[in-house]
Design a protein around this ligand. Structure first.
Ligand code: GLC
Length: 544
């Protein structure tokens, strides 16, 4: 069945969604208590960021036990209840599958670094000998610095960590590892989950361990680990041996992608859809992402349109737990908060492919403007600040300012703003694991529910419309116009055609429409002149 092509997905970041027992961490009972809210919003699938046992060095993307629930979030009984309660509401649950690496707290890793003959776990990880006094190779970690860490007590041996130091990369040359992962997938699918969002999936197979060019600025090594044939073979095997036996789907997180490789993922059935990363550089430099540049709509919409044209299906998103908040980046949070959040919603939900909404996006949650370095939790930001200080010879304050404005992931991770009560209704007053955004008295669910023309109510109307529209669900895509102010595209199905028009600017823009159009839905309530589109306007028109 194709639920994954017809439903809207909502990503929950469990630590920050709803804390039911007032211990500072969101939890599964908290999620259960908000299922009616999600149903009412029109959501058909929930993607849960990792809920497995973990030391939380990378907020759960460092898994210590794949078959245990993180004690902060609850118990396996809570999880079974979540699946059952979601099912009652016809909501499907998708898990995060983090299999490029495990936490160094995982029992496999703890065993792997013990020194005894025929230790079968040694081969579960990528553990290599240093080259004399040098590292095994010159590859980078995605979070800056080398990807190798020396193992205490073992002679000149290092383990690979493409992400943070406590995330050790698994060895996919080892048949046992592949079988373990298949067992984990079956475990959760048997519990009734509807598939997986596969973390950094196109990096799992390393085809060689030689040095990369010393002149590369970052990501040294990716030509040997991104999109390798071995990775496709493993995913195809998962499909045939595991996934084909269930009603489920896979969405891949795939940085470093070309349309050819994207098509190969779909055609080979390695993945059902994937997230591209080209559009996230609309306000920063792709080669050095800590350098900010002024947002240009063309650089956001251009890459999204390209992917719409290049592949038959895709996972669309403007936000997730790794990105800054969209209304702060691509909209105008200060002067046109509501207008621009609605326009971005309309963009996301009218594209071809499956829309992914991130928690808080539906109420226009913003970046946390006054976050101090001392309050930061995000491991990638902390290591990048140190690297930027070293490489650019700048003071910590300057380095933090750069990271804060470009890549700091905590902006998206502040607790969900449910009301204007203590801790925004996230819990009953215990200090949350990450500071709240102070603007919760202005931006919160309760307030949005009470105002007819709120962002939240717009999302509701729009999701309902999408859920019922064959044109938006199945229609083809055709670009019409892209500039830094106005962008527009067509969706066509069975002879009927919609034109979607977006105004990214703070001004009224003149836009001469040639087609004869009738307005179906727009981000503004009042009537307006077609040739004078208000600031941050978004509209769906039927071409007649
Ligand atoms: C993905 C996750 C991110 C995590 C990284 C390493 O990019 O989205 O949060 O830090 O993988 O697992």
């Amino acid at each position: 069945m194709n639920e994954f092509k017809e439903r809207v997905v909502y990503q929950i970041y469990p630590s920050s969604f709803k804390d039911s027992n007032n211990d500072g961490w969101g939890d599964l009972q908290g999620i259960i208590s908000k299922l009616d809210y999600l149903k009412d919003l029109g959501i058909g699938i929930i993607w849960l960021s990792p809920i497995y046992e973990s030391p939380m060095d990378d907020m759960g993307y460092d898994i210590a036990d794949y078959k245990k629930i993180n004690h902060r979030f609850g118990t396996m009984e809570d999880f079974d209840e979540l699946i059952a309660e979601a099912k009652k509401r016809d909501i499907l649950i998708v898990m995060d599958l983090v299999i490029n690496h495990t936490s160094t707290e995982h029992a496999w890793f703890k065993e792997a670094i013990k020194d005894y003959p025929n230790n079968k776990y040694r081969d579960y990880y990528i553990i290599k000998e240093g080259k004399g006094k040098k590292l095994p190779n010159n590859w980078d970690s995605a979070f800056t610095g080398t990807c190798w860490k020396k193992i205490d007590g073992l002679d000149n041996k290092y383990y690979m960590h493409l992400y943070c130091e406590t995330q050790a990369d698994l060895n996919y040359y080892n048949e046992d590892v592949i079988q373990e992962i298949e067992g984990i997938m079956r475990f959760w699918l048997d519990k009734g989950v509807y598939g997986f969002r596969c973390d950094v999936i196109n990096n799992i197979f390393k085809s060689s361990f030689e040095n990369d060019s010393f002149f590369k600025l970052a990501n040294k090594g990716d030509k040997y680990y991104a999109n390798q044939k071995g990775m496709f073979d493993i995913l195809k095997r998962f499909r045939v041996e595991v996934l084909d036996n269930y009603n489920c789907f896979l969405v891949g997180e795939t940085c470093t992608l070309t349309p050819e490789i994207g098509r190969e993922f779909l055609e080979s059935r390695a993945l059902d859809m994937f997230f591209e990363f080209d559009h996230i550089y609309a306000d920063k430099f792709s080669k050095i992402p800590v350098f900010r540049r002024k947002f240009q709509a063309k650089k956001l919409v251009g890459p999204i349109f390209k992917w719409q044209e290049e592949v038959p299906w895709i996972a669309n998103y403007l936000e997730n737990h790794d990105q800054l908040r969209s209304v702060s980046r691509y909209g105008n949070e200060k002067d046109f908060h509501s207008e621009s959040a609605k326009m971005l919603a309309l963009f996301l939900l009218t594209l071809k492919g499956t829309p992914f909404i991130y928690q808080g996006e539906e109420i226009g949650m913003t970046n946390i403007s006054d976050l101090k370095f001392e309050e930061v939790n995000d491991c990638a930001s902390i290591s990048t600040v140190a690297t930027v200080q070293k490489i650019l010879h700048v003071k910590k304050e300057k380095a933090w300012k750069m990271i804060n404005e470009t890549i700091c992931r905590d902006h998206a991770r502040t607790p969900m703003q449910w009301s204007d009560q203590v801790n925004a209704g996230f819990n009953d007053g215990e200090k949350p694991w990450l500071r709240m955004n102070n603007n919760f008295n202005l931006i919160n669910v309760k307030k949005e529910q009470q105002e007819e023309n709120s962002i939240l109510n717009f999302y509701k109307r729009l999701i309902k419309f999408r859920n019922e529209s064959d044109i938006l669900k199945y229609g083809s895509f055709e670009r019409q116009y892209v500039s830094n102010k106005i962008c527009s595209f067509y969706r066509t199905y069975n002879g009927r055609r919609y034109l979607i028009v977006l105004n990214f600017s703070d001004e009224v823009e003149t836009y001469w429409l040639k087609d004869k159009l009738s307005l179906i839905m727009s981000t503004y309530n009042e009537d307006f002149h077609m040739n004078a589109l208000p600031p941050h306007f978004g509209g769906i028109f039927e071409v007649i």
